[in-house]
Design a protein around this ligand. Structure first.
Ligand code: FE
Length: 356
């Protein structure tokens, strides 16, 4: 009986250590000899995504995910400091990753494998984070009413010809903030402000879901919108004839705006080796596959490893909507420097903060 009480007590203490996130206490799984990896993730494609499961199976490392909005998770990392349980910070926005790196929340990673797998343009110059998949934010339209020859740039959507025809994501969402940060980068604050004021003058419908933006375009509620490419890919995966189209914006300018899903290792990661293995796995051909077991494949994103095989639907996109260039002029590691200005600009332009 005393033994039983004692073992229950030890169990409670061990669990308490994990739940309270005490800094110098080893997680239970580690105490049992297992290897674990704690991830803060702003991806929202199910609790434990297929590529994480594949990583667990390949390495025996148990993955624990805690999710949230990118800026909220960054806040959490800041607040927790070196007591954070997170080993990996996985964010859907290069701006948030670069802010985390600049604030010393991430550490440089030495790995030849990562340097070989991920192109220089897709990772932090000091190797504190690595882009693992790409999301292109571009123009979606209804081909029944819009001819692609009428489309050119994000900037041109400020033209009065698009009055009452635009669907846009509200300013509260990071997708809008990061796109507008690119306008500031290319044109300066004042000119970018005029462009965004032009969008606002066109009386856009603000919809806080890219999927619903595309659905509204198809239903005739607007003719043109700005969305991440994979939302149309998802709709096409359910219905190959889904009647919306993409236009690769700004091809005659600096290229189409994109962002990455990327990850870095926290400054005081307790499971550093496991975290390196995770990044290396996610950058490998297996982790980068366009099938649902690969990180880009889960969400119809583009791989950042140029050798990786492209998702079928994306290959069709390129056939249907053409080849395109990404905006590599605006380096990913600069994104964080323009976010605050972008938030201020959106407010100053009177751009809608919420849906409606
Ligand atoms: Fe998304």
């Amino acid at each position: 009986m005393r033994k039983l009480v004692l073992s229950i007590l030890i169990g409670v203490l061990a669990l308490g250590g994990v739940f309270l996130g005490q800094p110098n206490q080893e997680p239970v799984a580690e105490a049992r000899g297992g290897r674990v990896l704690n991830i803060y993730s702003s991806r929202h494609y199910g609790a434990l995504e297929a590529p994480f499961v594949a990583f667990q199976e390949a390495t025996g490392i148990e993955v624990r995910v805690s999710d949230g909005e990118p800026r909220a998770l960054l806040e959490r990392l800041r607040a927790e400091g070196d007591r954070t349980p997170a080993d990996i910070f996985l964010a859907i926005d290069a701006g948030v990753l670069s802010l985390a790196a600049e604030e010393g929340l991430l550490q440089p990673v030495e790995s030849e494998i990562l340097l070989n797998n991920i192109d220089e343009s897709q990772r932090d110059p000091e190797n504190r984070w690595f882009g693992l998949s790409q999301r292109v934010r571009t123009i979606a339209y209804n081909p029944e009413v819009v001819d692609p020859s009428e489309l050119s740039t994000y900037e041109a959507l400020a033209d009065p010809q698009w009055k009452d025809r635009l669907c846009l994501r509200p300013a509260s969402h990071i997708y809008t903030v990061s796109l507008v940060s690119s306008l500031i980068y290319h044109h300066g604050y004042d000119e970018a402000l005029e462009i965004v004021k032009g969008w606002v003058a066109n009386n856009p419908t603000y919809i806080n879901s890219d999927t619903r933006i595309i659905e509204t375009i198809v239903a005739g509620g607007c003719d043109v919108g700005i969305v991440n490419h994979y939302y149309l890919a998802r709709l096409k995966s359910q219905d190959p004839e889904y009647p919306a189209a993409l236009f690769w914006a700004n091809q005659d300018a600096s290229g189409t705006f994109y962002n990455v899903n990327g990850a870095g290792i926290t400054a005081n990661a307790r499971n550093y080796d496991e975290a390196v293995e995770f990044l290396e796995f996610m950058s490998s051909l297996e982790g980068q596959a366009g099938t649902p077991e690969g990180l880009p494949g889960v969400n119809f994103e583009f791989p950042t490893n140029p050798e990786a095989e492209l998702n079928e639907i994306l290959a069709q996109f390129i056939e249907e909507f053409g080849e395109f260039e990404l905006d590599l002029e605006y380096p990913l590691w600069e994104y964080g420097n323009y976010q605050e200005d972008a938030v201020r600009l959106l407010e100053e332009a009177g751009y809608g903060f919420d849906e409606g």
